[in-house]
Design a protein around this ligand. Structure first.
Ligand SMILES: [Zn+2]
Length: 244
C-alpha cells in the first residue's frame, strides 16, 4: 500500500527530528536520548539566566530576563507592584508592551475580526491607548481617581504618558506604591468590564465599575501590605489612611 501511494515504508526505528521513533517506547533506555536533549536545552537556558546576573529564578528575575532578552529597546516599563496579585502585574506588563488581545492587535496578527472599532463607544479603533486612556468609559475613572486621591487633574492619553506622569509624580513613598496598585487595578477592571460587555449575556453597568474597582483594590492592597486600613479613611482620604 505504501508503495502504491508513493510512500516508501520505513524500518523501525527511524530518525525523526533527531530522535529515534518506532522502538518499544515502554523501555526506559529508549527515552535516554530524548531526556538528554531536553536537559541540554534547559541547561543552556539556565546558563543564559545565570550569566545575566539573575540566577535566582524568582518571578521578578525571570520577568527581567525576558525583558532583557526579548525587548531590549522597549521604551515602556513597569514596576512589579507587590500590593496587587501576580496576574494583575502580568496584565499591566502586557499592557505596557502592547501585548493584550485588543481587536486592533488581533487584526494586525492576521485574525479575521468583524470590526476593530471600540465595542464600548464605536467611535475609534480599539487599541490600548484608546481603551485604557481615551475611551469615554476610561476617562471617567481617571477623573474619579484624581478626586478620590486629591490629585491635580490627570491628563493622560497613552500608556507612555502615564509612565512619564507617574515617574515624576511626588507623593509620600508608601502611598506612591499604593497609587501604582490603584492604576494597575483600574486597568484590570476596565479590561474585565469590556470583556463582560462583549462576552457576557448581560455585562455590569458602568456605574458600578468604579465602586467594584475601589473595593477590590482595598482588599488586594491591604492584604498584601499586611496593614489595617480604615475602610472609611480609604474612601475619604486614602493618602492619610495609608500613612497614618
Ligand atoms: Zn471606546
Amino acid at each position: 500500500m505504501a508503495n502504491h501511494i508513493g510512500c516508501a515504508s520505513l524500518k523501525a526505528p527511524f530518525q525523526y527530528l533527531g530522535l529515534l521513533v518506532g522502538q518499544n517506547m515502554y523501555r526506559i533506555s529508549i527515552w535516554k536520548d530524548i531526556v538528554a536533549k531536553v536537559v541540554a536545552r534547559l541547561y543552556k537556558w539556565k546558563v543564559a539566566l545565570v550569566s545575566s546576573g539573575m540566577g535566582d529564578f524568582s518571578v521578578s528575575s525571570t520577568r527581567s530576563f525576558i525583558d532583557l532578552k526579548s525587548l531590549p529597546s522597549s521604551p515602556s516599563s513597569t514596576n512589579w507592584c507587590k500590593l496587587v496579585p501576580i496576574n494583575v502585574n502580568v496584565f499591566a506588563w502586557r499592557l505596557a508592551l502592547d501585548k493584550l488581545p485588543t481587536w486592533s492587535n488581533l487584526a494586525n496578527r492576521g485574525l479575521d475580526v468583524l470590526s476593530i472599532q471600540c465595542p464600548l463607544c464605536d467611535s475609534d479603533i480599539e487599541n490600548i491607548d484608546h481603551l485604557f486612556f481615551n475611551c469615554h468609559l476610561s476617562k471617567v475613572p481617571y477623573l474619579q481617581v484624581s478626586i478620590w486621591w486629591n490629585l491635580d487633574d490627570i491628563v493622560i492619553d497613552s500608556f507612555d504618558d502615564w509612565v512619564s506622569w507617574f515617574a515624576f509624580f511626588r507623593i509620600y513613598g508608601e502611598a506612591k506604591s499604593w497609587l501604582e496598585g490603584v492604576f494597575f487595578s483600574l486597568w484590570w477592571h476596565i479590561w474585565d468590564f469590556e470583556n463582560a460587555q462583549i462576552f457576557a449575556n448581560s455585562g455590569p453597568r458602568a456605574a458600578v465599575l468604579f465602586d467594584n474597582f475601589v473595593t477590590q483594590t482595598f482588599y488586594w492592597c491591604m492584604t498584601r501590605a499586611n496593614k489595617n486600613i480604615n475602610w472609611v479613611g480609604w474612601l475619604q482620604n486614602p493618602q492619610l489612611a495609608i500613612c497614618s
